[in-house]
Design a protein around this ligand. Structure first.
Ligand SMILES: Cc1cc2nc3c(=O)[nH]c(=O)nc-3n(C[C@H](O)[C@H](O)[C@H](O)COP(=O)(O)OP(=O)(O)OC[C@H]3O[C@@H](n4cnc5c(N)ncnc54)[C@H](O)[C@@H]3O)c2cc1C
Length: 258
């Protein structure tokens, strides 16, 4: 969770155009000068918050306490997961939690069993295989490319909804050198009647992750994070006319409100 402190000077702006430029510059300034504390937040206390002023106390697992003007929650609220406590808000936001889908990523260094997939040799196999049978015990098998960009060799990723058994692994691989398993609550359980929480969950408290209920991806997370940062900034500055407005700063070729 990222917590930003915004202490903005009371500036007077001569025109709408300048307001946008200044807003962007202030956002950049605070992004550059922001400090990241890699600490687990266990409690957020609303000390005093209303439409015109706000103050929140953030408490971490190690017992540190800091005060902030704005809170941005940048992780999903997940059913059954321990989340930070919200004190003094009238509600603890548990209603925003959603069930998430469990996916286990198996990273395997080995040789796939090409005959199981119907190929004459490993080199004939495609890089990605996605089974669509009802009884398939895995969701996909992909040959991974090393992070240095070199050619893929013999490390594969297999996604499944459970930890693969020895028998299942032996079905997919004729030999294995290493197997690493990461257990994730990967994305929301999607259905046709999703209810989307707001990006603003209380006065001066924002939530980045409702976007995941529409599409769970790094790109959507980045767009949502940017928009929430602009929303918080515009509300803080009192620039209501800039909220939900597509606005292009032409000479800088910068589009805000994605
Ligand atoms: C197995 C898997 C495969 C995926 N594949 C893809 C893909 O191929 N392409 C793609 O675009 N997306 C993919 N995604 C989705 C993508 O990873 C997510 O959409 C994205 O990471 C969401 O970003 P986020 O910053 O909103 O949340 P997260 O990445 O979940 O970050 C939230 C952070 O908040 C921290 N946190 C939580 N609670 C607290 C607290 N109380 N105090 C402090 N910190 C806290 C967490 O530790 C975490 O670091 C995949 C996800 C999974 C699990």
């Amino acid at each position: 969770m990222y917590v930003f402190a915004w202490v903005l000077p009371g500036l007077a702006f001569p025109c709408a155009h300048c307001i946008v430029c200044m807003s962007y510059e202030i956002l950049c300034y605070y992004a550059i000068t922001a400090q990241l504390f890699a600490l687990q937040v266990i409690r957020i206390t609303n000390i005093s918050s209303n439409a015109t002023s706000s103050l929140f106390r953030v408490t971490t697992r190690t017992g540190e306490e800091r005060e902030y003007d704005i809170i941005i929650v940048a992780h999903p609220f997940i059913d059954g997961q321990n989340m930070e406590q919200f004190v003094g808000f009238g509600e603890d936001f548990r209603s925003l939690s959603r069930p998430y889908h469990r996916t286990l990523a198996h990273i395997i260094k080995g040789v796939p069993n090409h005959s199981h997939f119907g190929y004459a040799s490993v080199s004939d196999m495609p890089r990605n295989i996605f089974p669509i049978g009802k009884n398939d015990f895995y969701n996909g098998l992909s040959l991974l490319r090393p992070v240095d960009g070199s050619d893929p060799s013999d490390v594969y990723k297999v996604f499944a909804n459970h930890k693969l058994t020895e028998e299942e692994l032996s079905t997919l691989f004729s030999s294995r050198e290493e197997v690493h398993v990461v257990d994730w609550l990967a994305y929301p359980e999607y259905n046709t009647q999703m209810v989307y929480p707001s990006f603003k969950i209380a006065e001066k408290v924002y939530y980045v992750n409702p976007i995941e209920l529409a599409a769970s991806a790094m790109e959507t997370a980045a767009v949502s994070g940017t928009n929430v940062a602009y929303l918080a900034l515009h509300e803080w500055m009192g620039h209501d006319h800039l909220i939900d407005n597509m606005f292009v700063i032409e000479e800088k070729h910068i589009k805000i409100e994605l």
